[in-house]
Ligand binder design. Sequence first.
Ligand SMILES: O=C(CO)[C@H](O)[C@H](O)COP(=O)(O)O
Length: 219
Amino acid sequence: MTQDELKALVGKAAIEYVEDGSIVGVGTGSTVNYFIDELAKIKQTIKGAVSSSEASTERLKSHGIEVFELNEVDRIPVYVDGADESNHLLELIKGGGGALTREKIIAAVAERFICIADESKLVRRLGEFPLPVEVIPMARSYVAREIVKLGGDPVYRTGFVTDNGNVILDVHSLEINEPIKLERILNNIVGVVTNGLFAERAADVLLLGKQDTVETITR
Ligand SMILES: O=C(CO)[C@H](O)[C@H](O)COP(=O)(O)O
């Protein structure tokens, strides 16, 4: 199976976790796009969605799925999102698509976080994929210098602005031995909105697309 076929497979598998009559938390990315397309097929059974990006909102609406503001919603039983990397503890690197902050907010609210990914995303140790950090624009150089002190090599994602009007530094060469600790340290730098480590709030379930099958990994 191709990588796209594996993404489609896990996008479909995640539908099983959607509760009838609920508002579904929806992530961002090419894997989630398959999930959105599957969600459209059962849209009569759900109340609607909360979306983590303008791109996902547009796709949800194009299917006629109602999109609610997070502030209007008191309960999100399930959040479905992709990842750039996952380790075996279901700690993730996210934000390749730049939607990490809204994704992290919805993941925090959700009762269950279902991560969907093809098998290439499962790694022994996080950090091969450069870690995205969302930064308030005026703090970009300061934050970059602080990250260098931590041993990282930050690269400004030129020409990209997040849905929140901020910029992204993609941090290479970080040794991520203690994801929770590093997540906190990075978030403590003034000017950082958040970083793409999802370790304090890791996924609860990883649906991993492998050749012809979906492996379910839980914490
Ligand atoms: O975190 C994300 C967006 O901010 C995505 O979930 C992550 O980049 C994976 O994307 P894809 O499913 O396209 O591989």
